[in-house]
Design a protein around this ligand. Structure first.
Ligand SMILES: [Zn+2]
Ligand SMILES: [Zn+2]
Length: 370
């Protein structure tokens, strides 16, 4: 696909033609921010985020609890992304050539990232996870993500997103295509990589949403420039059929499908036994437990340990203050942790033990409700 485009580009340029100047990175960043898309700088000439500060490069350091993004440093990639005009100016004054990344989740974007890598074909049942491709479907010529996505669309009787001229589409230097969509509802669509384990939409098709970023159109890299196709520069609303497919393939956490998180039954029993309602101990414990439970949506990068530690600390304080027994609190935490990270009971037990004993030294005294 790329060579064909290049040929077309050459033939269009006659001697003496004045080519439009390439947009400056800061203008691309500003334009994105005007659309309400938080941005962060990329490493010079590359599609990866700009490097962290010295402190954030220290072994064992993670984004959770790091103050750099809040203090205006670009550490931790999309987690530092901003729409703040002053911060954008400052970042790109410091690194004028840095490309622009857009943090998809907070921007309300779901970007379908189609690859055209020369990989050998996987087993036919891995082309469209969850959809067995019938033997009568001839796979001759099927070679990349364009084809698997077209196949999925055809099976659903829907138009191929790669041909969608009513939404922003961006050609990548490697011949891939980013199809940008808006997800205006507040549901947290999750990212995926089409080749990896876990959720996937199609072979060689990635999904960039929460927990991911996308290279902004106009960005230059050593491999080439990310160019918007056609005239459309606005992402259209995510088509309903595609939203259904994303849901079917696990791109929507159970939490945001099934209403607000409910504490585990044992927690409700324990609190009922302690005579507490929503304003009592559970009122404090539920939000921190819900944070732990929400980690079930992704297998990593959710700050699970830190969240479990915080919940354990809170529970420890409630135990010392006499709202729950030690055993009740431990059970609640273990149930919640096991639901979010099955098979990691030993690790969770360690975090719960140390968090509870730290919290026990700072008891939480609540006003008892009449
Ligand atoms: Zn830092
Ligand atoms: Zn940091």
């Amino acid at each position: 696909m790329a060579p064909e485009l290049r040929v077309r580009g050459f033939s269009a340029v006659r001697p003496g033609t004045v080519l439009p100047a390439a947009p400056r990175s800061v203008d691309i960043a500003r334009w994105c921010a005007e659309q309400g898309w938080p941005v962060h700088p990329l490493a010079f000439g590359r599609k990866t985020p700009a490097g962290n500060c010295g402190g954030c490069r220290a072994p064992g350091h993670t984004h959770s609890g790091c103050t750099c993004p809040a203090e205006g440093r670009w550490c931790h990639g999309f987690r530092a992304a901003t729409c703040d005009a002053e911060r954008i100016l400052r970042w790109w004054r410091k690194a004028p050539e840095a490309g622009v990344g857009v943090s998809c989740g907070p921007a309300g974007l779901v970007v379908i990232d189609i690859d055209a890598h020369g990989q050998s074909l996987p087993d036919r049942d891995c082309l469209l996870p969850g959809i067995p491709v019938p033997p009568q479907v001839d796979l001759t010529g099927l070679a990349n993500g364009y084809h698997t996505l077209a196949l999925l669309a055809a099976l659903r009787g829907a138009p191929d997103p790669a041909d969608d001229e009513d939404t922003l589409r961006v050609r990548t230097p490697s011949g891939g295509l980013h199809v940008w969509y808006r997800a205006p509802d507040a549901r947290s669509w999750q990212s995926s990589a089409g080749s990896g384990g876990g959720r996937a939409l199609a072979w060689q098709v990635d999904v960039r949403a929460h927990g991911g970023y996308i290279v902004a159109p106009g960005t230059w890299t050593r491999a080439g420039t990310y160019r918007a196709l056609g005239a459309c520069r606005k992402p259209a609303v995510l088509p309903a059929w595609l939203a259904e497919e994303l849901k079917r393939t696990g791109h929507l956490p159970r939490k945001s499908q099934a209403g607000p998180w409910q504490p585990p039954p044992r927690a409700r029993q324990a609190v009922a036994a302690a005579g507490g309602g929503g304003q009592g101990p559970l009122g404090i414990l539920v939000p921190v437990l819900a944070e732990v439970a929400a980690c079930a949506a992704q297998s990593q990068g959710t700050g699970f340990s830190e969240k479990l530690n915080r919940a354990s600390y809170t529970a420890g304080g409630l135990v010392t203050a006499g709202f729950l027994t030690h055993q009740q609190a431990e059970q609640i935490l273990q149930d919640t942790a096991a639901a979010a990270r099955p098979g990691q009971d030993r690790k969770a037990a360690g975090i719960i033990r140390s968090g509870m004993s730290a919290g026990a030294r700072r008891p939480l005294y609540l006003r008892r409700e009449g």
